[in-house]
Design a protein around this ligand. Structure first.
Ligand code: ADP
Length: 296
């Protein structure tokens, strides 16, 4: 599907480029034939400019439309998979509990798995709803003065409990005290997304550091550093796009919708800040940075 769309984008671009060449050829011929008649020449140039603008605009809108369709497909694929898998798993365990006699230990294990699956389901639904809120004009952030160090500390504590991690696996290094104007819910979502990703893409050897630091200017940084999967240089910008996941084994085996980093970047922008990723490539870990303006 995606390949055939890519082909048709290429085809439309080639077609437009061909048309523009034909128009230019006609124009050059026409100028040569009527170089003496100035008015005609002027009208001809105008007409030509209009025609070329039309063809370029047409190509632009066509390509944009095809890209939107591609995104729509990616959304359906990623989200349906993420919604269907946990529901299917819960259903299977419920059926087993209903049809077979299971001992107490197994029963407890099944309940645990079903709880994890329902958490995963809730997290996916929350990501989808948040993406909708952030993208709509109505969902404006509610800014209040916030102690950044406290919020980051809360997010680290939440992640330690959620993923059952010791402090050595997920360390917190607070910088100087700083107050920012932010929407608490959005800020927590962005920081938690970065920490959850660091956990998700770290593998068994988990060494994650979360720190806050001043830039020396009017901004403060939240840095989440992991020694996990790493990111190819060509993907460092792409991963912040909606539904984009780094292609390859890691992305297909690790569950996700490709919405987390889109949320992080949108939250950063809504707060007048930035978000970016740094990595020396696959296998070399990654650092995600959230830069936000401070209140003086
Ligand atoms: P998801 O994790 O649901 O796929 P995200 O938007 O949070 O979606 O991340 C987009 C992609 O960026 C991921 O699929 C993954 O390929 C890559 N990525 C994000 N965080 C990390 C990380 N800490 N280490 C390596 N790759 C990462």
């Amino acid at each position: 599907m995606v390949v055939s769309r890519r082909k048709s984008v290429g085809l439309f671009i080639a077609l437009s480029a061909g048309l523009i060449s034909v128009i230019l050829l006609l124009y050059v011929g026409w100028v040569v034939l009527s170089w003496r008649t100035g008015i005609l020449l002027f009208l001809g140039v105008l007409l030509l400019a209009l025609l070329i603008t039309g063809v370029i605009l047409n190509t632009f809108f066509l390509v944009r439309e095809i890209r939107r369709n591609e995104q729509h497909d990616a959304f359906i694929n990623a989200v349906t998979h993420e919604l269907k898998t946990p529901v299917a798993s819960i259903r299977l365990y419920l059926q087993t509990l209903q049809t077979r006699s299971v001992n107490e230990a197994k029963r407890k294990e099944f309940y645990g798995i079903m709880l994890e699956d329902s958490d995963r389901l809730l997290a996916t639904i929350e990501q989808i709803l948040r993406t909708g809120r952030i993208g709509s004009a109505r969902g404006k952030p509610i800014f209040t003065p916030i102690d950044l160090r406290g919020v980051v500390e809360d997010c680290v504590a939440r992640a330690r409990t959620l993923h059952q991690l010791p402090a050595e696996s997920l360390a917190y290094v607070p910088g100087p005290a700083v107050t920012i104007l932010a929407d608490l819910d959005e800020l927590q979502a962005a920081i938690s997304n970065l920490i959850d990703n660091a956990v998700k893409y770290s593998g068994a050897e988990m060494r994650i550091t979360v720190e806050t630091a001043a830039t020396g200017g009017d901004h403060v940084l939240v840095r989440v550093h992991d020694q996990g999967a790493g990111i190819p240089k060509t993907e460092l910008k792409q991963i912040f796009k909606r539904f984009h996941r780094v292609p390859g084994l890691a992305a297909t085996r690790i569950p996700g919708t490709g919405l987390g980093l889109y949320i992080v970047r949108s939250v950063a922008k809504r707060h007048g800040g930035r978000a970016w990723a740094e990595s020396e490539g696959p296998g070399h870990g990654s650092t995600f940075v959230l830069e936000l303006p401070v209140v003086r």
